[in-house]
Design a protein around this ligand. Structure first.
Ligand SMILES: Cc1ncc(COP(=O)(O)O)c(C=O)c1O
Length: 458
C-alpha cells in the first residue's frame, strides 16, 4: 500500500492550508531540535512547533528514555479509586513548585480540552461544596478557544468552530469581549481598552447575576482567535472583577504554559494567581499527550479527605505514568537549558528582526509577541484597519513551504511559535525567511490593486 493510499483512510483536517500539495507530501517522519523532515526527506523549520506543542524541541533522547524506562517498569496504573503511581505523584509535586501562588493540587487529564472540562467541573463542585448550588454559569471571551469537546465548544468564542453545535447549546454560557488593541484602537489607549473590556466582563457577570456564575475562563493570550495579546494590566483587572463578584478565575494556559511566553506561565507577566489553571501541550512537549487542571488550595480544601462523595470524575488515563514520566523529563530539560529565559530573549530578537524589516509595509498592521508566541496581523491597505483578505494571508503557508518553513497563517494573522530551544542564528534565519514571504505577498497585493485600478479605469 502506498502512503497516498494509506492517507485516504486518515480523517485529516481538510483546511486546504497547502492546497497545491498532495497529502502525502505533508506526512512527516522525523524531527530534531527546531527541524522536521517530511516523507520526501525535505527539512523544514517547525516554526509553529507542531501546534505550539514541542517546547523542548524534537528528538530529545532523555524524554524517549524516560518513557521507555517507565513502560518497562509500570506502563499503566490509574489515579482513580484512591490509587496512584509514582510519576503522577512526583509531577503533581513538581507542578505545585513551578506554578505561581498556592496552585498546589493537580487533577490530570489527557488533552487541553479535557483540562478545561476539569477546570469547569472543579469550579462547579467547589460552589456545590461551598453551599452555593446556584453558581454554575461560565463566562468566556469572544475569540477565545478552549478545546474541541462539546463542553469546551460552549465556551468557544470563534463562531466558525461552534456554530454547527448551536442547536445543542446548553444554558449558562456567555461571552464577553477581549481586548484587541489593533482592532479596538477607536476605544482609546491600551488602558482605556482594558478598562472597557473589564467593565463589559463585570456587566456580563452582573447581568447573569453573580450568584449564578461559577467562573470566568480565559486565555492570557488568545491563541487560536488570532494570537491576540491583551495589554498588561488586563489579567489583573479580570482578577479584580472575579474577586469583587465572587466568581472563580480559570486561566487556560494550554498554549501559553511551560515557557511559551517567556515566563513559566503567562499569568506571571502580571503576578496574577488564577483559581484554576489548565495546562497541556508544553507540559510534555507533545512526546505523550497529557494535560492537567491545577487548583488553588482553597478549592481543594473544600473536598474533605475522608469524603466518600463522588466529585470531579477522572478519566481512565488520568495521570498516565508514561505521560507523567515524559513530563518530568521534559521539565528537567526546560530547567537545565534555561529554555524559559531563552524564550523571552529569542522572542524579543524575533520580534525586533521582523518589525524592523517589514513593520512599515502597507499590509502589516502590527507585529506583536510575548516570548516565542508571535503574530504578524495583516491589514488591507485600501481599507485601513480592516483585515487583509483571508486567501492572501493563507498564501503565506505555501510561500513559507517553498522556503522550507512551516508557520501557521489563518484569518488575518501569520503566527509563529517555534520550539523554545531555537538559537539566535536560527531566529535570524526564520525572521529573514518569513519577511521574504510577507514582502512577496506585499508585491502580489500591490500588483493586484494596480491591476484593478487599471481595469476599473479601462
Ligand atoms: C488555549 C487552548 N486551550 C485548549 C486547547 C485544546 O487542547 P487539545 O487540542 O489538546 O484538546 C487548545 C488547543 O489548541 C488551546 O490552544
Amino acid at each position: 500500500m502506498t502512503d497516498a493510499d494509506a492517507i485516504k483512510h486518515l480523517w485529516t483536517h481538510k483546511t486546504q492550508d497547502h492546497p497545491h500539495l498532495p497529502d502525502e507530501a505533508l506526512l512527516f517522519e522525523r524531527g530534531q531540535g527546531i527541524y522536521v523532515w517530511n516523507r520526501e526527506g525535505r527539512r523544514f523549520i517547525d516554526a509553529f512547533a507542531g501546534l505550539a506543542v514541542v517546547n523542548a524541541g524534537h528528538g530529545r533522547p532523555e524524554i524517549a528514555e524516560a518513557i521507555a524506562k517507565q513502560a518497562q517498569t509500570l506502563a499503566y496504573y490509574p489515579t482513580t479509586r484512591q490509587f496512584s503511581n509514582r510519576p503522577a505523584a512526583e509531577l503533581a509535586a513538581k507542578l505545585a513548585e513551578l506554578t505561581p501562588g498556592d496552585l498546589k493540587y493537580t487533577l490530570f487529564a489527557v488533552s487541553g480540552s479535557e483540562a478545561n472540562e476539569r477546570s469547569i467541573q472543579i469550579a462547579r463542585h467547589y460552589w456545590l461544596k461551598a453551599g452555593r448550588p446556584r453558581k454554575y454559569k461560565v463566562i468566556a471571551l469572544e475569540r477565545g478557544y478552549h478545546g474541541a469537546t462539546l463542553g469546551t465548544l460552549e465556551v468557544c468564542g470563534i463562531p466558525e468552530l461552534f456554530q454547527a453545535y448551536a442547536p445543542l447549546a446548553w444554558p449558562g454560557f456567555v461571552k464577553s469581549p477581549a481586548p484587541y488593541p489593533l482592532r479596538d484602537r477607536a476605544l482609546g489607549s491600551d488602558e482605556q481598552i482594558v478598562r472597557r473590556c473589564a467593565e463589559a466582563l463585570a456587566d456580563a457577570v452582573l447581568k447573569e447575576d453573580p450568584e449564578t456564575v461559577a467562573a470566568v475562563i480565559l486565555e492570557p493570550c488568545l491563541s487560536s482567535g488570532g494570537v491576540i495579546i491583551p495589554p498588561l494590566g488586563w489579567l489583573e483587572r479580570v482578577r479584580d472583577v472575579c474577586d469583587e463578584l465572587d466568581v472563580l478565575m480559570i486561566a487556560d494556559e494550554v498554549i501559553t504554559g511551560f515557557g511559551r511566553t517567556g515566563k513559566w506561565f503567562a499569568v506571571e507577566h502580571e503576578a496574577v494567581v488564577p483559581d484554576l489553571m489548565s495546562v497541556a501541550k508544553g507540559i510534555t512537549s507533545g512526546y505523550v499527550p497529557l494535560s492537567a487542571s491545577i487548583a488553588r488550595s482553597k478549592l481543594a480544601e473544600v473536598f474533605a479527605e475522608d469524603s466518600r462523595d463522588e466529585n470531579v470524575h477522572p478519566n481512565t488515563y488520568c495521570g498516565h505514568p508514561l505521560a507523567c514520566a515524559a513530563a518530568l523529563a521534559n521539565i528537567a530539560i526546560l530547567e537545565r537549558e534555561n529554555l524559559v529565559e531563552n524564550s523571552a530573549r529569542m522572542g524579543e530578537r524575533l520580534q525586533q528582526a521582523i518589525e524592523r524589516r517589514i513593520g512599515g509595509l502597507p499590509i502589516v498592521g502590527e507585529v506583536r509577541s510575548r516570548g516565542l508566541l508571535l503574530a504578524v496581523d495583516l491589514v488591507d491597505p485600501q481599507r485601513k484597519g480592516q483585515a487583509l483578505a483571508r486567501e492572501h494571508v493563507a498564501s503565506l503557508d505555501m510561500r513559507a513551504w517553498q522556503r522550507g518553513v512551516i508557520p501557521f497563517a489563518r484569518g488575518s494573522v501569520l503566527r509563529l511559535a517555534p520550539p523554545l530551544c531555537i538559537d539566535a542564528a536560527q531566529v535570524d534565519e526564520l525572521a529573514a525567511l518569513m519577511c521574504e514571504c510577507v514582502e512577496e505577498l506585499q508585491d502580489a497585493v500591490s500588483a493586484q490593486s494596480k491591476n484593478s485600478v487599471a481595469t476599473g479605469a479601462a
